[in-house]
Design a protein around this ligand. Structure first.
Ligand SMILES: [Zn+2]
Length: 188
């Protein structure tokens, strides 16, 4: 609720015409959506809003960076964020479903939260493949987790299970579990 408020625009009392807003985006926004893939970040969202009697047109620009897990070495990796999009908000008591471009809100509303829009826009702007630039991966992590094939992964898993019987740290198991989850999602 607090997050929704932090990214909201109270448009009711504003004159028709152009207005500008800006919002800082940090880790708290991603946490509020239980987003595990983004570990942190610093972005700025600027919104150029055109208000009319029946709608708001919001031109949103988001720039900055987020920290995600590197697909190759699993260490933190900063990715640039560069997003530009337009959101149209229409006031109506006949609410239609948000289709990615037009959002409908009840005529009696007085403010709109952009928390979800900003959050989703950042995630959508990230590349599918999230890796450090070549040569910048953590070599120690690469040695342990640069798994190319499912066979190799199975072998590692067996190895880990075998070692677990002899006492392996929970940290290793957690990283292996994360790797496995990623491989499964890649296979889809
Ligand atoms: Zn890396």
């Amino acid at each position: 609720m607090e997050i929704a408020k932090r990214y909201s625009i109270a448009y009711k009392g504003l004159a028709d015409g152009k207005h500008e807003f800006s919002f800082d985006v940090g880790r708290a926004l991603f946490e509020s959506f239980d987003c595990e893939e983004v570990r942190g970040g610093e972005c700025r969202a600027t919104v150029a809003m055109e208000k009319s009697q029946s709608a708001l047109t919001l031109d949103v620009r988001i720039a900055g960076q987020v920290v995600v897990e590197c697909d190759r070495c699993l260490e933190d990796c900063a990715l640039p964020v560069e997003y530009e999009g337009r959101l149209v908000v229409k006031f109506s008591d006949e609410i239609e479903e948000y289709d990615g471009e037009v959002m409908w809100i009840p005529a009696a509303e007085s403010e709109i939260s952009l928390a979800q829009y900003i959050y989703e826009s950042i995630l959508l702007s990230l590349p599918y493949r999230r890796v450090h630039p070549d040569g910048e991966c953590d070599p120690a992590m690469m040695a342990r987790f640069a798994v190319a094939t499912a066979e190799e992964f199975d072998r590692m898993e067996e190895e880990a299970e075998r070692r677990q019987a002899h006492g392996v740290s929970g940290d290793d198991m957690a990283k292996l579990a994360a790797l496995k989850a990623r491989m499964e999602s890649d296979a889809e």
